[in-house]
Design a binder for this molecule. Structure first.
Ligand SMILES: NC(=O)c1ccc[n+]([C@@H]2O[C@H](COP(=O)([O-])OP(=O)(O)OC[C@H]3O[C@@H](n4cnc5c(N)ncnc54)[C@H](O)[C@@H]3O)[C@@H](O)[C@H]2O)c1
Length: 357
C-alpha cells in the first residue's frame, strides 16, 4: 500500500467516466489518486490537472508504479480484458468498468488471472448501490412480494447523433457500443441482481433513430427467470427527451417501482414499520443519465471505490465481484444471439462471436 493504510489508485483511460472515479477516490477516506494514463496525452494532462495527480501515457506506467494498488480500467469495452490480465499479472488489484469484457471466455480469463495473482477483481455496476434497489433486494429475500410474477426494465433514453461520433468505439459493434451491452447493461444487471438467474430470453433489436451507425439503439426483450417469474426489458437511446429508468417488481403480495433513484411505488399487503421511510428514498435525487452520458452523480461510484479499498485492506470483497457481473454479461449475450437468430435462447450460452458482425 502506498502509505500506511492509504490505497493508491491509477486510472487507465481519461475519458468520460474518468472524473467519476477521480472524484470518488478523492472523496473516499484513505484513498489516493496517484496517476491517470491515456494514450491521448491531452486528455491525460487535462484529467491530471483537474484532479492533481500525475499524467502518464500507458498501462505499463501504472503497473510500474509501486504506489498504485488498484488499477481502474476505464477504456472502451473491448479493451478491458487485456488490461485486466496485465494488471493482475503485475500484482495490481483490478476495478473495471462495465461490461467486464466482450465475451464469457475473456471474463473467465480475467477472473482466473486475478485469482492466480491473489488480487481482487471488481466490476463497476454502481446502480446496485441505490437505496431503492437494496430495499427491493431485502424485501425479495424476506418473501414480502409473495410469488414473484414480473420484473421489468424500461430504459427510455435519448442520445443525440453526435454522442455516437464522440469517439470511434461508440459506433462499433465489436467494441460493445450497442444499447444492450453499453447502456441497458446496468439495468439488465439490476433485474438479475434482484431476481436471480434467467433461464430464457427472446430479444428484438432495431435501429430507430441513429441510421448512420450500424448498431441497435433499441432493444425489446422478454425474460424468464429461474424462480418462474417473467419480465421485459425495453431499452432505447432513441426516445427524446429521455426519461428516468424504471425498474418494476410485481408479486402476488407486493409491488415496487424505482424511477431513476426514487422509490416511486412501495406497496405490500402487509405494511411494516419503516415502509413510509422506504417510500421516501431517492426524493430530491439528481439526474440519472436519461438525457446525457455524464448527467449523473458520482456518489454510487464512491461506494464501489470505498468497497474496493476495503477489500485491498483485507476487509471484505469488492461491491460487485466479477462472477456476479458475468451473469449479466451472459444474459446480454443471449439477447444478441436471440436477436441475430430470431429465436428464443435458453441459458447458459456459449460465446458466439458472429453476433458482432
Ligand atoms: N458506470 C457507468 O455508469 C459508465 C458510464 C459511462 C461509461 N462507462 C464505461 O467506462 C468505460 C469507458 O467509457 P468512456 O465513456 O469513459 O470512454 P471514453 O472513450 O470517453 O474514454 C476512454 C479513454 O480510454 C483511452 N484509451 C483507449 N485505449 C487506451 C490504451 N490502450 N491506453 C491508454 N488509454 C487508452 C482513450 O484515449 C479514451 O480517452 C467503458 O467501459 C464504458 O462502458 C461506465
Amino acid at each position: 500500500m502506498s502509505q500506511g493504510n492509504t490505497v493508491g489508485f491509477g486510472l487507465l483511460g481519461a475519458g468520460l467516466i474518468a472524473p467519476f472515479h477521480a472524484k470518488s477516490i478523492q472523496a473516499a477516506e484513505g484513498c489516493e489518486l496517484i496517476a491517470v494514463a491515456d494514450m491521448n496525452a491531452e486528455r491525460a494532462a487535462k484529467c491530471a490537472d483537474t484532479f492533481g495527480c500525475e499524467a502518464v501515457s500507458s498501462l505499463e506506467d501504472l503497473l510500474g508504479d509501486d504506489r498504485i494498488d488498484v488499477v481502474c480500467i476505464l477504456t472502451p469495452n473491448h479493451l478491458h480484458h487485456d488490461a485486466a490480465v496485465a494488471a493482475a499479472r503485475a500484482g495490481k488489484h483490478v476495478l473495471t468498468e462495465k461490461p467486464p469484457a466482450m465475451s464469457l471466455a475473456e471474463t473467465d480469463a480475467m477472473i482466473a488471472a486475478c485469482r492466480e495473482a491473489g488480487v481482487h477483481l471488481g466490476v463497476v455496476l454502481q446502480c446496485r448501490v441505490r437505496k431503492p434497489i437494496q430495499a427491493m433486494r431485502r424485501a425479495i429475500a424476506e418473501g414480502r412480494f409473495g410469488r414473484l410474477i414480473h420484473a421489468d426494465v424500461y430504459m427510455k433514453w435519448f442520445r443525440a447523433a453526435d454522442y455516437y461520433r464522440m469517439d470511434p468505439w461508440r459506433s462499433s459493434r465489436r467494441s460493445g457500443a450497442g444499447v444492450t451491452i453499453q447502456h441497458a447493461f446496468h439495468y439488465i444487471d439490476l433485474v438479475q441482481y434482484l431476481m436471480g438467474p434467467v433461464t430464457e430470453v427472446s430479444a428484438r433489436m432495431t435501429n430507430m433513430a441513429h441510421g448512420d451507425v450500424d448498431l441497435e439503439d433499441t432493444l425489446d426483450a422478454s425474460l424468464t427467470y429461474a424462480n418462474g417469474a417473467r419480465g421485459v426489458v425495453v431499452a432505447s437511446t432513441a426516445m427524446w427527451p429521455g426519461a428516468d429508468v424504471r425498474i418494476e417488481i410485481n408479486g402476488s403480495d407486493g409491488a415496487a417501482v424505482m424511477a431513476g433513484e426514487r422509490m416511486e411505488r412501495w406497496q405490500f399487503r402487509q405494511e411494516r414499520d419503516g415502509d413510509e421511510a422506504i417510500r421516501a428514498l431517492g426524493r430530491g435525487a439528481v439526474a440519472t443519465a436519461a438525457s446525457g452520458p455524464a448527467d449523473f452523480d458520482f456518489a454510487d461510484h464512491q461506494v464501489v471505490i470505498e468497497a474496493m479499498a476495503e477489500a485491498v485492506r483485507g476487509r471484505g470483497e469488492p461491491f460487485i465481484a466479477a462472477p456476479s457481473a458475468r451473469k449479466t454479461l451472459e444474459i446480454a449475450l443471449a439477447m444478441y444471439q436471440s436477436a441475430a437468430r430470431d429465436v428464443p435462447v435458453r441459458l447458459p450460452v456459449e460465446d458466439d462471436p458472429t453476433i458482432w458482425k
